[in-house]
Design a protein around this ligand. Structure first.
Ligand code: LLP
Length: 440
């Protein structure tokens, strides 16, 4: 099973200076140490403590603008995959940059609305929408529901009809294409739980057109996440285009194609997927087909824009292990997918010779390891590090395992910064818990 992202090649330069140099949103200041945009990360850690997530508003804006530009002329909407980072400040940046939202729960839908994203810019994906969530989506009047099964189609039809509404839907097809990414986030293979089998889709589409309360508008697909190579996209898009031609030839109306997300970013030495290449794959398959196109990227827009700040608690075994105050409950990707995250000292005063150390968290699991044998300067207790590319699938996947409170979050913008989530209190962790009377 491939890891996500795979370890860099052995000759890859893992020195903190090389890692910073490859990321234009980071700078090293001689006196202040590491900066995100123009804000010293030490200033944020001094004020809020650690572990703390920090997001760069400027980087999110720049990336959304770059993807928007690459898609220009394609009649292609961007629906940000809220699951990657659901903070309302991030959603507000998306809204201001002209993006809508791809949501997978009633909670995400309500968050997107709170952040100012209009219902007509919201699509609802997911393999198990509840009756309440479908009702919520229909009562809000969202743009479309991406239907993942024949069973769900019947449920939506019944609910919409009972509400006297017509639901705009697209069928999410499973194109049976291997995205070449980590097995746990591959979604477009026939044996994954997602979507409608390709061979069943035409008949189901024709059936949908006969159902009360349903207006089939087109197709959707999403083949996986952290995809760096365009070949799987091209293969999946070609299959979808073929199906659209077949549907139209058989008299169906097809106006929309949702191309999914999954565009990969730089974690180690593999360069990120270019928005132009992604747009090119869309153009090649669907250009000239007179479709309203959409895409639902999450990671590409926000992953690079976030860091997780952490402090060294202690080093042990002569520096073999560096124990941080961040743990797998704060950022689970290394434990869950063997994901590689670059880690750099915040500084300013920890130059010096690099020697390999395992950067681990305090949680009582061996999997609570952020990096193995990573070249680092000797880090004294209290020294700070930044774990990079933590803006996507970071805070959103956090838990309070080991009764660890959820970290604070800050956002920087140019030279400004603000706290956008206070560190959770221990009381908030157990609020809502009760000990039943019968226990005395
Ligand atoms: N659309 C659908 C239907 C999805 O299921 C996903 C992600 C996306 C869009 C956005 O994919 P993105 O552009 O962010 O790759 N927790 C994992 C990633 C899980 C992705 C799940 N679906 C990780 O940390 O790598």
């Amino acid at each position: 099973m491939a890891s996500l992202s795979p370890l860099p090649s052995p000759d890859f330069d893992l020195s903190p200076e090389a890692l910073v140099a490859a990321r234009p949103w980071l700078k090293r200041h001689a006196m202040d140490g590491l900066l995100l945009e123009d804000v010293p990360l030490n200033a944020i850690a001094d004020a809020l403590g650690t572990p703390t997530y920090v997001y760069s508003a400027g980087t999110i804006r720049t990336r959304l603008a770059a993807l928007t530009k690459a898609l220009a002329g394609l009649n292609c909407q961007i629906h940000f995959a809220v699951k990657a980072n659901d903070h309302q400040a991030v959603l507000r940046l998306m809204q201001q940059g002209g993006a809508g939202a791809d949501v997978v729960s009633g909670g995400e839908l309500l968050r997107a609305r709170r952040a100012g994203i209009l219902p007509r810019h919201i699509v609802f994906s997911g393999v198990g929408k509840t009756v309440d969530e479908i009702r919520l989506a229909l009562s809000q009047g969202i743009y479309q529901l991406n239907v993942e099964s024949a069973e769900e189609l019947e449920t939506i039809s019944a609910i919409a009809a009972s509400m006297g509404q017509t639901a705009d839907i697209v069928l999410r097809i499973n194109p049976d294409v291997d995205a070449g990414t980590h097995a746990k986030i591959t979604t477009g293979k026939a044996d994954n739980k997602f979507g409608i089998p390709y061979d069943d889709a035409a008949a189901l589409y024709a059936h949908a057109a006969t159902l009360p309360g349903i207006r089939p508008q087109g197709l959707a697909l999403h083949i996986g996440s952290q995809i760096l190579n365009m070949a799987p996209y091209r293969a999946a898009f070609a299959r979808a285009a073929e199906l659209i031609r077949h549907l139209r030839a058989s008299g169906q109306t097809v106006t929309r194609m949702d191309c999914g997300g999954g565009i990969g970013i730089l974690y180690a030495d593999a360069p990120e997927a270019s928005p132009e290449a992604f747009a090119g794959a869309i153009r090649q398959a669907f250009g000239g087909m007179d479709l309203s196109l959409a895409t639902e990227p999450g990671r590409w827009l926000v992953g690079p824009a976030g860091v997780l700040l952490s402090s060294v608690i202690l080093t042990k075994a002569e520096g073999r292990f560096t124990v941080l105050d961040a743990a797998m409950n704060d950022l689970v990707r290394p434990a869950m997918y063997d994901a590689f995250h670059a880690i750099v000292p915040v500084g300013p005063n920890n130059g010096g010779e690099l020697s390999p150390t395992d950067l681990v968290g305090p949680v009582c699991e061996t999997g609570d390891t952020f990096a193995r044998a990573r070249p680092m300067p000797r880090l004294a207790p209290g020294a700070r590090v930044a774990i990079l590319e933590a803006g996507a699938y970071g805070a959103v996947m956090g838990s309070t395992y080991n009764s660890r409170t959820l970290p604070a979050i800050a956002m920087v913008d140019g030279g400004h910064w603000a706290t956008i989530r206070a560190r959770q209190s221990i009381e908030a962790i157990w609020a809502g818990e009760t000990v039943p009377d019968f226990l005395g």
